[in-house]
Design a protein around this ligand. Structure first.
Ligand SMILES: C[S@@+](CC[C@H](N)C(=O)[O-])C[C@H]1O[C@@H](n2cnc3c(N)ncnc32)[C@H](O)[C@@H]1O
Length: 149
């Protein structure tokens, strides 16, 4: 995604806690940093035009309100959070998860699911409002703006 956005002419910075993800992004010629989006300082805080949380990443940390509030803190006054959410009718969940791959089990981590039906109130509690929601190919995205704007 970072590479696709960079190819469209956007200034892009990928963030991930996992070295492999950062390496794969850099291998595609795009800047990426190994950082915890919730706990670490990020470059240009308060000056981001867009914070993109796609592919279920709103589940990071198991607390979508806290993550959206963190993303909101990265933004310029006219910035936006673009967040992919689960579709209509999907109930919000939060808890511990583990990934299994080729017989290897990850350590547990906090994860959450946020759906279209609940993104408004959760965004509101995070200081954001829903500007629009868009469905594309069966995937749902909400565009969030700072409530102050
Ligand atoms: C749902 S996966 C993204 C999958 C990716 N789009 C792909 O196609 O492989 C979530 C990603 O969030 C990263 N992640 C989890 N917790 C994080 C945190 N606190 N800060 C930054 N990245 C985190 C994981 O390492 C993982 O790469």
């Amino acid at each position: 995604m970072a590479a696709a956005l960079a190819a469209m002419g956007h200034d892009v910075l990928g963030i991930d806690v996992v070295h492999e993800a950062v390496g794969q992004t850099r291998d595609r010629g795009v800047a990426a940093l190994r950082r915890d989006v919730l706990a670490d300082r990020l470059p240009g805080e308060g000056r981001w035009g867009t914070a993109l949380l796609a592919d279920g990443n709103v589940g990071i940390g198991g607390d979508p309100q806290a993550l959206l509030a963190r993303a909101a803190g990265l933004l310029l006054d006219d910035g936006r959070v673009v967040v992919e959410v689960a579709g209509p009718g999907v109930r919000p969940t939060s808890g511990w998860a583990r990934l299994q791959c080729d017989g290897t089990l990850s350590r547990p981590f906090r994860w959450a699911v946020l759906g279209l039906d609940d993104v408004g109130p959760v965004a509101g509690a995070a200081g954001l409002r829903v500007q629009e929601t868009v469905e594309h190919g069966g995937r749902w995205v909400a565009v969030l703006r700072p409530s102050r704007t």
